[in-house]
Design a protein around this ligand. Sequence first.
Ligand code: NA7
Length: 913
Amino acid sequence: MLQLLKSLTLFAIGLQLALYDLLQVYESSIYRKVITFSYITRGQSTMPFAEQHSKKYDAIVIGAGFSGLYMLYRLREAGFSVQVYEAAPDIGGTWYFNRYPGARCDIESIYYNYTFSEELLNEWEWSSKYAEQHEILNYINFVADKLDLRKDIQLQTRVTSAEYNEENQKWEIELENGSIVIATYFIPAVGVLSASNIPNIKGIDQFKGALYHTGEWPHEKVDFKGKRVGVIGTGSSGIQAIPVIAQEAGHLTVFQRTPQYSSPAHNHPLDSETIHKTKENFNEIRETMYTSMHGVPSSASTRAAVQDTPEERERIYEKAWQEGGLFSLLYTYSDIAFSPEANETVAQFIRSKINKTVHDPETAKKLMPNFYYGTKRPILNTDYFETYNRENVSLIDLRTAPIEEITPSGLRTSDLAYDLDILVFATGFDALTGPLLKLNIQGKNGVTLNEKWADGTQTYLGIATSGFPNMFMITGPQSPSVLSNMIVSIEQHVDWIIDCLAYLKEHEVEAIEANAEAEQMWAKQCKAIADMTLLSKTDSWYMGANIEGKPREFLAFAGGVGPYRQICDQVASKGYEGFTLLSASQQTEDRKGDKTMSRNANLDPQARFVLEQLEALGGPPMETLPPEEARAGANFSPLAGPPEKVGHVTNKTITGPGGEIPVRIYSPEGEGPFPALVYYHGGGWVIGDLETVDVPCRRIANQTNCIVVSVDYRLAPEHKFPAAIEDAYAAAKWVANDADSIQVDPNRIAVGGDSAGGNLATVVAMMARDKSGPAIVRQILLYPVTNHTFDTNSYEENDDGYFLTTAMMKWFWNHYLRDEKDGENPYASPLLADDLSGLPPAFVITAGFDPLRDEGEAYAERLKAAGVPVEKTRYDSMIHGFCWMPGAIEQGKNALDHVASTLKRTFDFVETT
Ligand code: NA7
């Protein structure tokens, strides 16, 4: 469990929670239908004309780039007949066309190759850390030759349309020459950056000079020598091309709309030792790539930027800058992708680098980016910023003087006219959806893909889309795609598709189609994940923002390559959940009534995701483990998200009845005395520690502006009842007695805790009443344990499958109590107390899907009946423990803020009375 949770930590597990929303779909729809398909029983005479006269294949693949070639190979190996059509005169796809000066990969070459074949790996050797376009194209040709792929590829053949024929469940694909080919499976492997974006600038046709787009670069060398060259666009392509063009051009004018963050690639020839080591360890490396965030064998630090001093951050950023990896800076801290404050620290670092590099302050100013770093693909460069120190280069800021028109002799902005011999459009692509929408694809009921996606992209897993059976996209929109090492993602998609086709064959399924409900949920999840990061807060081509009229939406799956693979595998392992399978045979398959399926539809989707993720870990039930193992495995802190910065955090020990008690004190900035919350973590008195509640305590301290003292009381079974309550009480007394030393106002002390911690909090309040101990002004009880019984309705309803189970609760109680009799002690089961009067006002939170729901609510009622002011809130769609998970479950955050506002009110009230 620990291991997986750690691996998910990278970009905060919060990102991934939403994936499991799609499980909601499974419950709300008949997602695993097997429908009898009757066409095959019809006579030949009803066969459509095209089918009788056209070439037929099991699969048609469009495109002979990295994805099309691997798809071809796997299809052929699996025994499917296949034909690839490629519009270009040769293979290579994106790498065939993007041959502009300076074009090279931004993932290290040694990881930018197919990983499926040891033979290919061993036989190929890259020359430099970031290979140039021609070398990558050579590699693609090497693979094609080695695997004898060309014989199934028809070059210079553009597909003009693809139409699904519902009569015979086949795809009819029309080629440029008017012929039609038929296939069961239609696989557009058209790449994601293959539809060039040439902006519709007035006068573009009048230009008398030479005009190029980086994505459609000619084969002949473009001669820049002595020429007046203009480059529009400063994305990856522009930033790669500009330094190279500048070396040759008479004068280069760069027309920049948005300045970019970019760091040096530090490209260099690869030495044989590095190559040898990589090859030797490739199995291990591949595994890391497969389970990683971006498909590369490295990962982000789990440390938050706010945890370090500015000096330490500077040191760490400098190191990453010198490394020159695509994700080096992004990976320095866990919160750069999420937190505006953390992001600004790295953004500022890069800006200062630009400032130091560019000599002319005015030019440097124009080059200062101001969007969130990492919300566009990071860009590596070679001497990009240095190029602006050249005499023959000038930079035009289009934000202050936009382009008005392209003239016969050049270009005119609102400020000036520029005479140009060559104009280079480095203006990017209609990314991800563009290449697919250019194909004129028509699915069921005559609906085209363009019509279907007119208001937004809808896919299931980025692989399929409803209404288009037997069509598979490779690295399509709503998959990790452009956020990843494309080759890793391509291989994963192709492998998944091949497994799927094998499954269909084995089960005699004629057609597979994504369910509309599944894809709606998937789209929702892709959005939710992006919204949890800063990614959707920047106008980028990831958001479709570079193309006029394109729906504004985050176009990729930002949850990471590893988690995405896990989801795809899970969908497959459950017989292609979220898809409808149409079978030629009469067989029907019943849905398995497993735990996942039977979960209540009202369960919050984020909570559902967490449950599913924990389930996917497949570890043994906690109650079957020895306590030490249960503790080691129960690291839920990744679900809490990144820790907030608080004024001061002090770890210390205080003297307790059974020895030293560790406490952690969270203090706000400024001068005290502050009110205080003494907080007890949950964990059934057996597991849990200060780390478990670190994030919640920080949040409460900040939101309430109070001190939070988190108490690491003794755990059972080593220390059985009443050890925990003795420590808990001792800690509350210490806070009251030593209030001065920690700047606490002794008149404003509250106690609080979650689950078993909630039990301890209210017992401390009782002990304080009974022993005339510290005055406690409020008790915060988050889904507390209040009674040693297991017979409530909530136990029955939520017995298993909602995080806390009846079996776990029994295990906890058994470890905690010395004997059954202890369970009747009101200090163990406060609900059984004869007298609850005189206790501090209570704020009780319960969760709908929690075995402890009813006892928490019963306790609130009894307090009320005893004259104690009580506020009670049930979070209907929540599970036990959700306040530990504010990084993964939005309502966890809401509940903590609810606690904070209640505390604040109480403390303010006490202060003024
Ligand atoms: P990008 O990253 O989309 O960059 C395109 C650049 O062109 C960018 O600076 C745009 O400015 C600029 N642009 C686009 N349209 C215009 C108009 N009308 N006027 C002025 N400037 C314009 O494409 P790339 O080819 O560089 O890189 C694409 C991916 O390829 C890259 O991420 C790598 O994964 C490989 P804007 O930022 O929109 O203001």
